[in-house]
Design a protein around this ligand. Sequence first.
Ligand code: NIG
Ligand code: FE
Length: 410
Amino acid sequence: MRKLFTGISQLAGHLPQGESFRSGAQMSQMEPLKDAYLLVEEGIILELGSGEAPRADIIVDLGGVEVMPGYVDSHTHAVFAAPRHEEFALRLKGASYEEIAAAGGGILNSAAKMALISEEQLYRQSEAFVRNMMAHGTTCLEIKSGYGLSIESELKILRVARRLQENLPLTIRTTFLGAHAFPKEYKGREDDYVKLVIEEMLPRVLDQGLADHIDVFCDRGFFTVEQTARILEAGARAGLPAKIHGNELGLTGGVQVAAAHGAYSVDHLEHCGPDEIACLQQSEVVPVALPGTSYFLGLPYTPGRELIAAGLPLAIASDFNPGSSPMLSMQAVVALACTQMKLMPEEALWASTANAARALRLEDQLGSLSVGKRADFWTTRSQDAWLSIPYFMGINHAQRVFIGGEEVTS
Ligand code: NIG
Ligand code: FE
């Protein structure tokens, strides 16, 4: 059955055949199609163009809207037990994120709450968040564990993420992040926790087929480069590619360990100097900036301009979580990337779609509105939408959202 979408005044996020993401200077190029049509079969784009449309079995006249590619949110912690309002208040009074974490708050606070919540309740509230993301134009996302820090709780988070994947139309990928923080009882014997992650958690996660990637929070006060390397090696032996948290709190070697282990991406990079950039240039690792985190924690912003100037395929993601980035709208993330990191709107568009798909190695299937890719898109009445999104921040520009050519909003 061929479905034809017409009534598109302008369509953004199209890439020519042979190109699936954009690096460096190419990121400022974006040629919207005017008076466009989109022909879809079995959820995949068969043809698109301007002007006279081909024949089809079903015609959907969108009524003169603009079409944007669905966002790919390649880094989220969307399955969590509760907000951390009390820590927000402490930070407003001057406490730092690291001070709160060192005092047993932060990720440990989230893990304590995770141990108490029922799986059903966790599912229900996570589903509501993911539906909200979708209503803001996100059509693919990654979800990490890491708020469990015990075998049972880590499995609970990943089971919920897999259930979301089964029940919702979005493309969802899961990541095992048992190495997110050291539980209190491992103080002074941190390597025992690393052993627990590798020898007990990982095999259970694998047995149940719950994860697509492995992640480690490699940073000051969290996992060392050496511990990170051990965990990534165990993941690689089990066939799990790495996506790591690195260089959020300092120049701590996260980029180098990601490159050495062929990670799909290294995310955060609030601290990123010439050595890190040179290392990224010699690798296939996608640098992922999380501007919602810099905003919420008052950290430096990832040097996006430098990463683009170095010819890299910069991506951006929400990092949606209750501690450092309670921001689920990729439109807001795009706005911050422009106003704070000085990305041009075209660059932010690719960073949040095709390059983000590359950070999940899904760029051959989705991330741009091109022949052979999934028909994941949303409609808007905003004019020159990719320019309006960072400009008119705080409104939801998305009206109707389509995944695989099917409407998922009603
Ligand atoms: O990506 N940096 C590590 N992990 C999360 C924050 C976790 C939390 O504070 O709950 C992040 O920012
Ligand atoms: Fe994160």
